[in-house]
Design a protein around this ligand. Structure first.
Ligand code: ADP
Ligand code: MG
Length: 334
């Protein structure tokens, strides 16, 4: 075969494979869009292991002429030049999520801006857009995704059991809720309300609300321009896995072995073998000192100086852990 440029449907399918490998990823993208739109309430419903997902927000909504544009690849209202990538204030910036999701599902977008008389609705099935309709609806945006992967049966086979996919969605939503304490989050699984988290006043309150743990402690530390803030449980209150270590960089939920090690390091002498801390840590630095665009699902970032981040995280925990009363019983042996 000679070299040729792939047709757009194929390109969209390939991109979709990276961005929406599993339902939890697309749920994250949709909720991030709601938060980027300034929503203070986000309601998420999912069915059948996330093959049907509905996200309802009260954000600023979209103009009717923007509905079809929102589904184009690399179409975004959030950045316009390369420099913007290094001063991001939004979760989205690639303009890829809705294009990818609409290539592998049936998407119904209903949106109404403040001051609009009505909502507008656009349906797009496996990349084919229908005409825009006027419909009823309150301010904000509702995105309904159905029939996920029905046009790509091979992908369907890669999905895990409904219970496993639902579990991944709920973990992702927990992370989103942890990082947005001032947003009301409501979650329905197969028609049943499973979580309702009203907005909180502080990050600590949010951690308590979501992880349902008391008492919680706080600590803060900086190393040069890297700041870390930690909320964590008493070291007697431990977990059996590392799943209760939640890490955020620039308020994005990340998976990061080095920072996870920093958390463990801070607790080292306080935990027994097989025990893991319960801790939520936020790391913040100047936007041009961290690359958030190194991973298709944005679940990893690259710090310009990873050692500063490590030290800030460890110190944010250690500062409080070292002076606390529990040290007596568990003090490291000389
Ligand atoms: P990105 O978030 O990277 O810009 P997306 O494909 O996720 O790309 O979304 C494309 C565009 O659609 C966004 O830039 C935004 O303008 C609009 N959009 C998507 N979801 C919403 C929403 N819930 N509320 C308002 N606008 C939205
Ligand atoms: Mg987005």
């Amino acid at each position: 075969m000679s070299i040729h440029v792939l047709p757009p449907e194929v390109v969209d399918q390939i991109a979709a494979g990276e961005v929406v490998e599993r339902p939890a990823h697309l749920v994250k993208e949709l909720v991030e869009n709601s938060i980027d739109a300034g929503a203070t309430r986000v309601h998420i419903e999912f069915f059948d292991g996330g093959r049907i997902v509905k996200v309802i927000d009260n954000g600023k909504g979209m103009a009717p002429e923007d509905l079809p544009k929102s589904l184009e690849r690399f179409a975004t209202s959030k950045i316009s030049k390369t420099d913007d990538l290094w001063s991001l204030k939004t979760f989205g910036f690639r303009g890829e999520a809705l294009a990818s999701i609409s290539a592998v599902s049936k998407l119904t977008i209903t949106s109404r801006r403040e001051g609009d008389e009505q909502a507008h609705q656009l349906i797009c099935e496996y990349g084919k857009k229908r005409d825009i309709d006027k419909v009823g609806g309150s301010q904000g945006t509702t995105i309904l995704m159905e029939n996920l992967f029905d046009n790509t049966p091979a992908r369907l086979k890669f999905l895990k059991s409904d219970a496993a996919e639902n579990g991944a969605i709920k973990t992702t939503l927990k992370a989103m809720a942890l990082s947005h304490y001032n947003v009301e989050i409501r979650i329905q699984e197969n028609g049943k309300l499973v979580s309702f988290w009203p907005a909180c006043k502080t990050r600590k309150d949010r951690v308590e609300q979501i992880l349902e743990i008391k008492p919680l402690f706080e600590g803060e530390a900086s190393r040069e321009n890297v700041k870390a803030y930690a909320v964590f449980a008493d070291p007697h209150n431990v977990a059996k896995t590392a799943k209760n270590i939640w890490l955020f960089a620039q308020n994005r939920w990340i998976q990061d072995r080095s920072l996870q090690a920093a958390v463990n390091e801070a607790y080292r002498s306080l935990l027994m073998h097989g025990e893991y801390p319960i801790a939520v840590v936020w790391v913040e630095t100047d936007p041009d000192c961290v690359d958030v665009n190194i991973h298709p699902t944005k679940s990893q970032v690259k710090f310009q100086n990873a050692s500063l981040a490590f030290r800030a995280v460890a110190a944010s925990l250690r500062g409080t852990l070292e002076q606390a009363p529990w040290l007596g019983a568990n003090a490291p042996k000389p």
